[in-house]
Design a protein around this ligand. Structure first.
Ligand SMILES: Cc1cc2nc3c(=O)[nH]c(=O)nc-3n(C[C@H](O)[C@H](O)[C@H](O)COP(=O)(O)O)c2cc1C
Length: 232
């Protein structure tokens, strides 16, 4: 009697252990299929394990997903935007575009700046008046540009009175920089970029703005490449 009771007990133990082993295997298989984004309808085995978050049921409808090809390859291009009143920033912008294989976009003022306009000795010159008015927004004559295909945008300008020309404010307020990396750069008679890039960032709609730099008028393409490599 005792012996047969022991035999029955052993049988149940082996049965129970073999059941546990299966659950472990199922769990392994299913965690694999989870990373493959498998979709499965609830089935019987799910019902029997409901409430046990450690044991995930195996599904008969496990499918191996097909690898999707990267189709959205058009939004990773580079754009160099610049405004240049006397050509210095333009030259640097063109070299950045050459190094980065970028498109160029020139911000052309609706009313071009004459040499009188650019006279910083005259407190009544157009630029003096504009730079004294943080709300000034000189109009842009260039066609608008779609930024959709660009992930990185360099924005260049001359320093005027320690800041970016107000037409740069017009530009950055006109576009959405969400999901773009934006790098400002400037040329100047010696002043650093200062807060000019941050000021544009504050006016802009979105974007990951890296801290920009003043670049020498005569900067070479290899120096530009070094500068880009050092951007964080
Ligand atoms: C109205 C005006 C204000 C300027 N203010 C500064 C300044 O504050 N600091 C500086 O170093 N250079 C200043 N400059 C010099 C320009 O930043 C410099 O010549 C620049 O490289 C010109 O670029 P562009 O040829 O692309 O217009 C100023 C120039 C102008 C016309």
């Amino acid at each position: 009697m005792k012996k047969s009771a022991l035999t029955i007990l052993s049988f149940f133990c082996i049965f129970a252990m073999s059941g546990c082993g299966n659950s472990q295997t199922d769990s392994n298989i299913n965690s694999d299929s989870t990373t493959k984004n498998t979709t499965a309808e609830p089935n019987e085995s799910e019902e029997t394990t409901a409430g046990n978050s450690d044991i995930i049921p195996i599904s008969e409808s496990v499918t191996t997903p097909e690898f999707e090809e990267e189709t959205d390859s058009t939004n990773d291009e580079t754009l160099v935007v610049y405004f240049s009143a006397t050509g210095t920033t333009k030259g640097v912008a063109e070299r950045i575009a050459a190094v980065t294989n970028a498109d160029l976009y020139e911000i052309i003022p609706a009313a071009p700046y004459s040499s009188d306009d650019l006279d910083w000795h005259d407190s009544n010159s157009r630029t003096s008046i504009e730079m004294n008015d943080s709300d000034a927004r000189p109009a842009i004559a260039s066609d608008t540009i779609s930024l959709d295909s660009y992930s990185t945008i360099y924005i260049g300008y001359p320093i005027w009175w320690g800041d970016a020309p107000r037409i740069m404010s017009t530009f950055v307020e006109s576009y959405d920089f969400s999901d773009k990396t934006v790098v400002s750069f400037c040329t100047s008679g010696g002043s650093d970029i200062g807060r000019s890039g941050d000021n544009l960032k504050d006016l802009a709609n979105g974007g990951n703005w890296l801290s920009g730099d003043r670049l020498d008028a005569g900067i070479s393409e290899s120096e530009i490449q070094d500068w880009i490599n050092d951007l964080n």
